[in-house]
Design a protein around this ligand. Structure first.
Ligand code: 3PG
Length: 306
């Protein structure tokens, strides 16, 4: 059995070593394709792979067509919007993710971005503190929960909205559960986004919603760029010079944001929320173990396609 690790954004070496150990202990062969850049290289590498470990790498119908021996794809991470689930099902390929394994890393980066923004991008002027400010967590999944845990230590007043998570679950953590996204944005000085990119959420962070934020509002995005309605956010930030936007996922309109909103906009050059040795080890080894469990015992825990 051949297990391909196809990561355009590579894992830390220590994580690759851990993945290799798991795969070789099962008697399988590990093949590494890193920083491949062009899709053609991925199409070539998947030809004889029985299993693939990916990160944000795109697995679409073309890749699945090329991967004639493929049985399973594991997205080492949470969001699987980069995998065509319907095409995978049609190709009889199981798709899994590794929920929770990299969420602390992402949550810590959300705070890194927050501190940078409230300290005026470290430009030497007086900023503000996070303590005592109202934080809105938009979606209370694994990352949202870690954000809440950290925010408690920082002394923030924490609110959350999650359309799918029962209020009792949120409030058990000492977080105030609100009834709608509108209420969350209207209440909070800082909103941290943790929604997945789905048909329902794409472009949902729009003018009307963000405009509900109080004066000096800060929007932090460590989720997906697709959830932002970029044209509307640009229009709003033009009209409201008090708003700031910091993101770990470079917008399609990065140049426009950077040119128009110097000092109140920042994007990491490459998504790096999950770029820690710990997150790479946790997610990478979980992915390897899930592949072994699937191939040896048919275990389908964490399967995300039908
Ligand atoms: C995830 O969905 O797990 C995170 O967005 C991290 O993505 P990455 O593996 O591409 O860094």
């Amino acid at each position: 059995m051949k297990v391909l690790v196809a990561t355009d954004k590579p894992f830390a070496k220590v994580a690759v070593d851990g993945i290799r150990k798991e795969i070789e202990a099962a008697g399988y062969e590990l093949v590494l394709l890193e920083k491949y850049g062009e899709k053609a290289k991925l199409l070539e590498a998947v030809k004889d792979a029985n299993a693939i470990i990916i990160r944000s790498d795109v697995i679409d119908a073309e890749v699945l067509d090329a991967a004639k021996e493929l049985k399973i794809v594991v997205r080492a991470g949470a969001g699987y919007d980069n995998v065509d689930l319907e095409a995978a099902t049609a190709h009889n390929v199981c798709v899994m993710n590794t929920p929770g394994q990299n969420s602390n890393a992402v949550a810590e980066l959300a705070f890194g971005l927050m501190v940078m923004a409230v300290r005026n991008m470290y430009n030497g002027t007086s900023g503000t503190e996070l303590k005592g400010k109202k934080l809105g967590i938009h979606a209370y999944g694994n990352v949202g929960r870690n954000v809440a845990r950290i925010a408690k230590g920082v002394g923030m007043d924490i609110y959350a909205f999650d359309a799918f998570c029962p209020k009792e679950v949120i409030e058990k953590d000492g977080v105030k559960a609100v009834d709608s996204a509108d209420e969350l944005y209207a209440t909070c000085n800082v909103v941290s986004l943790h929604i997945p990119a789905t048909a329902e959420t794409k472009n949902s962070i729009n003018y009307a919603l963000v405009n509900k934020m109080p004066k000096g509002g800060l929007l932090v995005n460590t989720a997906r760029k697709e959830v932002i309605n970029e044209a509307e956010l640009i229009q709003l930030m033009e009209e409201r010079p008090d708003l700031k936007y910091v993101t770990d996922i470079m917008p399609a309109a990065n140049e426009t944001f950077a040119a128009k909103f110097a000092g109140r906009y920042f994007s990491t050059p490459k998504k790096m929320g999950a770029q820690t040795a710990e997150a790479n080890i946790n997610a990478g080894i979980a992915a390897a173990q899930q592949i072994v469990g699937f191939l040896k015992d048919g275990c389908e825990k964490f399967r995300v396609n039908k």
